[in-house]
Design a protein around this ligand. Structure first.
Ligand SMILES: NC(=O)C1=CN([C@@H]2O[C@H](COP(=O)(O)OP(=O)(O)OC[C@H]3O[C@@H](n4cnc5c(N)ncnc54)[C@H](OP(=O)(O)O)[C@@H]3O)[C@@H](O)[C@H]2O)C=CC1
Ligand SMILES: O=C(O)C1=N[C@H](C(=O)O)C[C@H](O)C1
Length: 271
């Protein structure tokens, strides 16, 4: 069987370069295109060189539709507005769309749901095995403990990150809410400042730290009376996300249109 042909969107970014390396080291996939937005100084550069891998010259372009006409899938770790555009174009081209981008608005999420009626989309705020296993554990623990245990999600990332809370923090918060049988949208407290009043039982709180080169640290704290349970994950290398995304692309190849998660890819939905 021939290799799955993949485009990397945002090919010169932190994750884009890592994805090009992950594709180069994975059997069954080939890099067939590299995208950046119009006007980027990276247009025309060789994506393989940018990633520090050998192999074929793949020049960075902004011609999304031309690339999609020759591809089986696109892996997209860019920015919300870009990913929403890519979702519409990938659905039109009938290719799989693997979305790692975070920081979507409710309207962006709705546009992605719409696109998934025509294309296979795998979307996750974190593509690593470790975090998706952690989410399954968090859901299970939240189901066991009642509102006497306050749930707080703490995250730290590098000083270039632009969205907060992180996609992973929200994924973990959603897992906790599902375990508890509540809606995260109705019970999340995403920041605190000034005279906030006492914490409401049943809320799920978020705290965000930014600094240095931290790849991604997450802790879910279940704080009870005189005891605390803490479940956490520390990412040490972006390769864990890139390998997960490539695995998701191979899994998506040939699937029926729909919006899938990494829990689907990793077989963790019934955990
Ligand atoms: N789900 C997961 O497992 C993970 C998710 N992420 C998420 O991935 C995203 C990217 O992170 P990171 O790589 O660190 O960010 P970077 O800023 O390093 O990279 C993003 C790249 O996308 C490019 N880009 C922006 N708009 C477009 C467009 N329209 N077409 C093509 N390329 C475009 C940017 O170009 P320019 O510089 O010109 O804007 C940049 O090169 C973030 O949302 C982050 O939270 C990150 C790690 C893991
Ligand atoms: O921007 C990042 O770097 C990361 N983003 C994702 C998130 O928002 O959770 C995943 C990972 O933690 C790194």
């Amino acid at each position: 069987m021939s290799d799955m042909r993949l485009i990397v969107a945002g090919a010169s970014g932190r994750m884009g370069r890592t994805l090009v390396r992950a594709i180069a080291e994975t059997k069954g996939v080939t890099l067939c295109g590299a995208l950046e937005q119009a006007g980027s100084p990276m247009i025309g550069r060789n994506a393989s060189d940018l990633a520090g891998v050998g192999g074929e010259d793949i020049l960075v372009t902004d011609d999304t539709e031309r690339l999609m006409s020759h591809a089986d899938g696109i892996i997209d770790f860019t920015a919300p507005h870009a990913t929403v555009d890519h979702a519409k174009l990938a659905a039109k081209a009938g290719i799989a769309h693997i979305i790692g981008t975070t920081g979507f608005s409710a309207d962006d999420e709705a546009a992605i749901v719409q696109a998934a009626k025509r294309a296979v989309i795998v979307k996750s705020g974190n593509m690593s095995l470790g975090v998706n296993l952690l989410a399954a554990l968090v859901k299970r623990v939240a189901k066991t403990l009642d509102e006497d245990f306050d749930i707080e999600v703490l995250e730290m990332h590098h000083n270039k990150k632009v969205d907060a809370p992180s996609g992973t923090a929200l994924l973990l918060g959603r897992a906790a809410a599902e375990g508890r049988g509540i809606s995260l949208d109705q019970r999340s407290v995403r920041s605190r400042d000034g005279h906030t009043g006492a914490r409401q039982a049943g809320d799920i709180g978020f705290a965000t730290l930014r600094g240095g080169t931290v790849v991604g640290d997450h802790t879910v704290i279940f704080a009870g009376t005189a005891e605390r349970i803490e479940l956490g994950h520390k990412a040490e290398d972006r390769m864990i996300f890139a390998r997960g995304a490539v695995k998701a692309a191979l899994w998506a190849n040939g699937k029926k249109p729909g919006l899938y998660s990494m829990a689907d890819v990793l077989g963790l939905t019934d955990f």
